[in-house]
Design a protein around this ligand. Structure first.
Ligand code: PA5
Length: 450
């Protein structure tokens, strides 16, 4: 793999033979051509494939200018969005920022604080968020492709009013940035009416594939991350992950192995990290695979765990519970920071055997020990070795997983680019809330859950 990212399949070997992987070449070629020739299901949603090279240059420039303005004007950015309209940005920001960025004293902080709203309907969360940010200098980036999603719409109304009270309408205009459809939707209408600066989510890019558009790029750039590097990483991944030959394409190998394991009734995949800052990368990854492949009564259930934390909770099940799972470890080879253990003459805690060792060294022995233990417990393990936590590798991983997910969806015979299932709960919720147009649903639900 380019620039040092490496897919290690040696620990799936007892469960998946190399020959089985290579036998997938003809199916992979069919899926590959469906994406390259844009003639498969969901082919109107393939804009993400070429984003690293064909992204609108003018928009990219405006993103950088807006990001700089946000940084100059504000102590805090509130990112309002849900699902694909926020998880990518959060994954990047948490992976690449100081672990405690928001509570760093101002003189020690290089970046503004970042908060997230509109990703849940909890009044407690909203109240507490208002409480913490109301005295800060704020900017908002509200992101919604449809412009009608309830969670961000509610949060935006609340924060728009808060800003208008705090700064007046005129100055609020300099602090609200809207990312939405180029023409449709209520959010577009509000932005046009109020004169907010807007950025576009391309029609042919679905939410969960949109982190390399303004959806992710604006908040990520505003939080001080180098988006040129991110796009460079995604661009290198694009080149490597569009080679038809399975032997040379790690994204296709990953898709093939997942598919083989799925057929062998390994129906749960856990993405595993040993770095807390990758927690939201796992959340982004779960959405990508759940919404893309979980349909038509098919799909591997995507889960995530943070190790070594969850080794003390989920670890028991993984080692000895139902044998229906496999793991994909993201192994970060070099930590961003390092700390060494000092010798203690009294050694009451008994850990002098770690004298002079780094915390990361210990973390890596935990990683190695876990891979072997789980493998011995009949859990196939895939390892993705990532040299460093940088914007380049974030971009690379995003593209790698997106391509793998699209190809894997076609291998399963489903449309990986729609998400019809997420509408069902919304219809019920709107009926219960009395939203105009949902009276028919209200009738169907009468007497249920009253
Ligand atoms: O991936 C998806 O399509 C979804 O997760 C959407 O991003 C999410 O539902 C938010 O939708 P919208 O951007 O229209 O507010």
């Amino acid at each position: 793999m380019n620039k040092g990212i490496k897919l290690d399949l040696s620990k799936v070997a007892p469960y998946v033979q190399e020959k089985e992987i290579m036998n997938m070449q003809s199916d992979i070629s069919i899926a590959h051509n469906m994406i390259e020739n844009k003639n498969g299901r969901g082919n109107d949603q393939l804009g993400w494939v070429d984003l690293p090279v064909y992204y609108d240059e003018n928009e990219f420039r405006r993103i950088k200018i807006a990001a700089q303005k946000i940084r100059e004007k504000s102590d805090a950015l509130i990112i309002i969005g849900i699902g694909g309209s926020y998880l990518g940005a959060r994954a990047a920001i948490e992976m690449l920022s100081h672990s405690f960025n928001n509570i760093l004293p101002k003189d020690k902080r290089r970046n503004l604080a970042v908060f997230y709203a509109g990703n849940n309907m909890s009044s407690t969360y909203m109240y507490d968020l208002i409480h913490i940010v109301e005295e800060m200098n704020l900017s908002i980036n509200v992101i919604s492709k449809s412009g009608t999603t309830t969670e961000p719409a509610v949060a935006f109304r609340i924060f728009k009013k808060l800003l208008e009270r705090k700064y007046g309408k005129e100055e609020t205009r300099n602090r609200i940035y809207v990312t939405t459809d180029s023409k449709k939707g209520v959010l577009r209408e509000i932005a046009d009416r109020e004169g907010y600066e807007t950025f576009t989510i391309p029609d042919d890019v679905g939410g969960r594939y949109s982190v390399l558009t303004a959806v992710g790029l604006l908040p990520i750039a505003a939080s001080g991350i180098d988006i040129d590097e991110m796009i460079r990483g995604a661009g290198d991944a694009r080149l490597e992950c569009r080679i038809e030959d399975l032997q040379k394409n790690p994204a296709y190998q990953y898709a093939a192995v997942r598919n083989i394991l799925y057929k062998k009734e390994k129906i749960i995949e856990m993405i595993v990290n040993f770095e807390p800052c990758l927690h939201y990368f796992g959340e982004w990854w779960k959405q990508l695979f759940a919404e893309s492949q979980g349909k038509d009564n098919k799909g591997i259930f995507p889960a995530s765990v943070d190790f070594s934390t969850d080794l003390h909770s989920m670890g028991q099940y993984i080692q000895q519970g139902l044998r229906i799972m496999f793991e994909t470890f993201i192994n970060v080879e070099k930590p961003r920071r390092e700390i060494f253990i000092e010798k203690d003459n009294e050694n009451v805690d008994g850990i002098n055997f770690l004298d002079g060792k780094s915390i990361d060294f210990i973390n890596h022995q935990a990683f190695k020990g876990t891979v072997l233990a789980h493998n011995k417990g009949n859990v196939p393990v895939i390892v993705l070795n990532v040299p460093e936590l940088t914007a380049y590798y974030f971009g690379y991983m995003v593209y790698f997983f997106e391509k793998s997910c699209g190809i894997g969806g076609y291998l399963m015979g489903i449309n990986p680019f729609d998400q019809p299932g997420v509408e069902t709960y919304k219809k019920n919720m709107f009926a219960f809330l009395g939203k105009p147009g949902y009276e028919y649903k209200k009738k169907e639900l009468e007497g249920i859950l009253d």
